[in-house]
Design a protein around this ligand. Sequence first.
Ligand code: GLY
Ligand code: MN
Ligand code: MN
Length: 435
Amino acid sequence: MDITPFVDRRARLIARMGEGVAILPTATEKTRNRDTPYPYRADSYFHYLSGFPEPEGVLVLIAGNTPQSILFCRDRDPDKEIWDGYRYGPEGAKEAFGFDETYSISQLDEKLPELIANQPALWHSLGFEPEWDTRIGKALNAVRAQSRAGKRAPTAIHDLRAALDEMRLVKDSHEIALMRRAADIAAAGHRRAMRAAAPGRYEYEIEAEFLHEFRRQGSQFPAYTSIVASGPGACVLHYINNDRQMQDGELVLIDAGCELDGYASDITRTFPVNGRYSGPQRDVYQLVLDAQSAAIAAVKPGVHFMTPHEAALKVLAQGIIDLKLLQGSVDSVIESESYKRFYMHRTSHWLGMDVHDVGEYKTGDDWRILVPGMVLTIEPGCYIRPADDVPTAFHNIGVRIEDDALVTLNGCEILTTAAPKSVADVEAVMAEVKS
Ligand code: GLY
Ligand code: MN
Ligand code: MN
């Protein structure tokens, strides 16, 4: 494994801290049910700075004149390694991950007071994990108890996650390479799903196709719970049952992305179960696609986070009026928010290690300005539930189209273009298997 990106990020965080000591534990293992753990995934922040894959790791970073990067981790354990596999142990981890010092995790409570003593500031994110607040509080008190021996406890506490969120919001080249690959794998999964769809098949059969593709290409997990929503399910935003038999004449909406080495992709495609969009389906689909194109065209450095949403919304509002689903002008539909009956979510979120990635959406009162290296989704939709005032031809048409956009120097790069999207491309891919 190339440890350079992790060493580099630790150095950048230490520079950002200026002074003080940061304490960052990784995720704990969780039991799913009796003797069966959930698949383990490191904490995103911890992985970002260490690349260290084992549970029971704690990272301590010291800023100032003699910066230090220290890991506490599990000891080697021949008996446990027979059952659960190799452990690096402190010595192995020091060598493999480029730490200045490593210690056994069993020494953490004894060492913490020494490490924080006489440091001006402590970097820790209060409130996320109460047990760590308590543990760190005990270390602080242990230092305070030694005040007559000349030890001083840090007098400032800074939010470590907030500092890391700013870093994670702008991806480095190592992250961008992984996100490109995660996007390619997910796109291949969507192509396979399109080829596998047919009337009479079950949603989970299609899910099995893209999950197989994700794993076959080395992705460790789906990046989030996949949505395979046919017919009326497409209008349920968080539909995850994926157990319905798909019917001729329906659309199916698939929102699925994979995680590769800690990085997510997030793609939605909506296509006809039988391979051909009906007239009303095509009208709504093309409208969402046009809204998405407008939003993508708006992504560039210097605009704010909501600019793509506003661009998509204008197109959607006009289209919904043209389809006679709403009355009034574009401005009045937007002003009154009557469009929310058909489009109730926003167009974008940050994407990175977490599918809804970290990073503030506002700075002060203003929406964040986009800069190169940010990655955001562009995912407009239109969801038409059955209602007396809606022509039956539109009932249960739910469409979302979602791509992942990397902000570049003069616009954006869509990472997910390999997933077919135009009406012609989708129908052509689906026709290949039928011919
Ligand atoms: N897949 C989650 C989302 O699109 O936000
Ligand atoms: Mn998304
Ligand atoms: Mn999605």
